[in-house]
Write a protein of this length. Structure first.
Length: 509
């Protein structure tokens, strides 16, 4: 099996390529829907996706637990152990796919309760939901176990390249369906076919690269117990994810209508593209971190953790500055002023992005350690608090209230709680150094972001020219301020991090 460093590099390259292409095609698809149909269709698709994400709770985090439990047998070349886990994975996932499909059919008659205002939508929403539900069930019932194998074997690059190819093809056919046929049904059927093609392709790749691993045999009882415990903890984590990123679209649709949900979904398309960049990096290195946690000392893992935190803050600061400076100009150029949200709502998107992104390195170690069960009460408290705040604040303050709720809970419950857990249980310290560094990094991000935003407000141009000039201005501010701040405030990390990067780039198989 290839080295951890080589796999991480391949995964990051493939992931970054995906995050450069996929958001572009997502924006083009949304543009076609708004231009040739209406923004309400974007809101409806977003609401369907959120409902299906709620149904996805049936998965309970099982796949993540299986991937974690594949690390050790893969490292030890335990072929029988890997094959037993894959067989168990396949059987359980097909049951889950069936459960999700049946649950979706049960709630189907009540869908219109979620739509305050249907706007220009004339199609049968029940048929459309059935098509989207079928796509979700198909994704569970085909070869999800092969995707888990490639992930655990640190070949995320194969998954990403396949995803990119299928996504681009799917987007082209969906755009054609919208432009030439004005038909959302064809749009949904293309989605089902692309999911089928994606999983068939992963099955072929896994057979080619890992022919010795296939579903067969029985899983070890100890592994099964670990999976059950981790899945129990992950189920609470998944509830948390739904309360953060799915219920908001449902509540906006219910409280404010599909037009507002469509506006929100358009901003989410940009946000997802940016946060997805960081999730790609996290996923690319997580299997390597999992391998390192198993084979390296706690001290070495902590040193690597601090270096990764330092390096990670550079793109986090850059993306935060670009978002707060360019979000509104881009949305005005892309969708027009009539579909823009107010500036305070945009700033809440940026704040939520920063709060999510700043904890991604910590989250990678958390996932690699498999601490979901230990964090179950943290996740449950955050989920309940998030739902309560989202409902109360959304009812009285509209979209701004719905957006600020997860910002409050991510910071006050999740970030502090999970960080304390990792340092207490694994690193064996109080985490004071980590929190001190995080405060410094946050100050750097805040000051740099404000400087970039203020500088961009002085640009007198609009349209494409204005966006281009603001991008240049923001880049110049970042190139001046970030290196200066990093060297002045954290110069002791600069040299270590440079050596760390050279080690990654120059590592051999």
């Amino acid at each position: 099996m290839d080295s951890r460093t080589l796999n991480s590099k391949r995964n990051i390259v493939a992931g970054v390529l995906g995050r450069c292409l996929i958001p572009v095609f997502a924006l083009v698809v949304n543009s076609a829907i708004v231009r040739y149909l209406s923004v309400e269709y974007i809101g409806m698709i977003g609401t369907f996706a959120s409902v299906l994400q709620v149904l996805n709770l049936a998965e309970l985090g099982f796949s993540t637990s299986m991937i974690v439990n594949l690390y050790r047998p893969l490292k030890e070349n335990d072929t029988a152990g890997v094959c037993g886990i894959l067989e168990y994975f396949k059987r359980v996932y097909r049951i889950m796919g069936l459960v999700i499909f049946i649950s979706g059919m049960i709630i189907c008659p009540f869908l219109k309760i979620l739509f305050k205002d249907m706007g220009e939508i004339r199609e049968n929403v029940y048929i459309l939901f059935f098509l989207f539900l079928t796509e979700k069930a198909v994704s569970f019932m085909l070869f999800a176990h092969k995707e888990a194998l490639l992930n655990a074997a640190q070949r995320l690059d194969l998954i990403q390249i396949t995803h990119i190819a299928v996504y681009v093809g799917k987007s082209c056919f969906q755009i054609a369906a919208i432009i030439f046929f004005r038909n959302i049904y064809i749009f949904a059927v293309v989605l089902i076919l692309s999911t089928y093609l994606y999983h068939i392709s992963l099955d072929i790749l896994s057979r080619k690269h890992f022919p010795e691993y296939y579903p067969e045999g029985k899983i070890d009882e100890e592994v099964k117990r670990n999976v059950r415990m981790q899945t129990a903890g992950l189920s609470v984590s998944n509830i948390l994810g739904v309360s953060r990123d799915s219920l908001n679209t449902i509540m906006i649709s219910s409280f404010l209508g599909l037009h507002a949900a469509g506006q929100y979904s358009n901003y989410c398309a940009v946000y997802d593209g940016v946060i997805g960049f960081f999730l790609v990096i996290t996923k690319a290195v997580m299997s390597s971190i999992g391998n390192s946690v198993v084979s390296e000392s706690v001290e070495k893992n902590y040193r690597n953790f601090t270096k990764m935190e330092f390096l990670h803050n550079i793109p986090v600061t850059a993306c935060t500055a670009y978002m707060i400076s360019l979000y509104q100009p881009f949305m005005k150029l892309w969708m027009g002023e009539g579909l823009m949200l107010a500036d305070p709502a945009m700033m809440l998107f940026v704040l939520y992005f920063y709060l999510r992104a700043m904890g991604e390195v910590r989250n990678a170690y958390f996932s690699a350690l498999g601490y979901w069960w230990k964090a179950r009460w943290i996740f449950l408290a955050e989920a309940l608090m998030n739902v309560f705040l989202m409902f109360c604040l959304g009812k009285y303050f509209g979209m701004a209230g719905i957006l600020i709720a997860p910002c409050i809970t991510v910071l006050t419950v999740n970030y502090i709680g999970v960080t304390n857990l990792i340092f207490k249980e694994y690193f064996g310290s109080d985490g004071k150094e980590y929190y001190y560094n995080r405060i410094i990094y946050t100050v750097i991000t805040a000051v740099t972001g404000f400087a970039a935003w203020y500088s961009c407000t002085l640009v007198p141009y609009e349209g494409v020219t204005g966006l281009a000039v603001r991008t240049v201005v923001c880049t110049v501010v970042l190139l001046i301020m970030v290196p200066a701040f990093m060297y002045i405030l954290k110069r002791e990390y600069v040299r270590e991090s440079i050596l760390f990067i050279k080690q990654i780039i120059g590592a051999k198989r």
